[in-house]
Design a protein around this ligand. Structure first.
Ligand code: 2BA
Length: 108
């Protein structure tokens, strides 16, 4: 068995969840925060058989869009200075996916 950990953009999560559950996959949705942008994203945990991994990745690809996000980072040069926001354009990928081996899976 494999555990797919998929970090997706919040906007893509509802349609991806619909597609995965329609295909009978069991999914856990976690609210997460990206370390760089410090803004919300969605992490999905999907436990599947090895033969299903590619189908799940295809479904994630179909629902994930790369977007350019304009954000503002705060900067300060000296202690006591006021924070100055400056615009930053960042390309956020459709999804970041990790596929992990599962040693044991138990449903009680
Ligand atoms: P964030 O950490 O908020 O990153 C958002 C986007 O900012 C990233 O998009 C990337 O384009 C850019 N970025 C991230 N770190 C950067 C840095 N040190 N310097 C310059 N630009 C940087 P993605 O790569 O598509 O990542 C989207 C989200 O997926 C990330 O949100 C993070 O929550 C997660 N993620 C990506 N790679 C990861 C990894 N290796 N481990 C854990 N989580 C990861």
């Amino acid at each position: 068995m494999k555990l797919i950990v998929a970090i997706v953009q919040d906007q893509d999560a509802p349609s991806l969840l619909d597609d995965l559950t329609e295909q009978d996959y069991r999914v856990t949705k976690l609210a997460s925060t990206g370390g760089f942008l410090k803004s919300g994203n969605t992490t999905l945990l999907i436990g599947v058989e090895e033969a299903q991994v590619e189908e799940v990745i295809k479904t994630i690809e179909e629902n994930g869009k790369t977007r350019e996000i304009t954000t503002s980072l705060m900067t300060v040069t000296m202690p006591g200075d006021t924070y100055v926001p400056y615009p930053l354009v960042v390309k956020v990928g459709g999804a970041t996916v990790f596929v992990l081996d599962v040693e044991k899976h138990i449903r009680i």
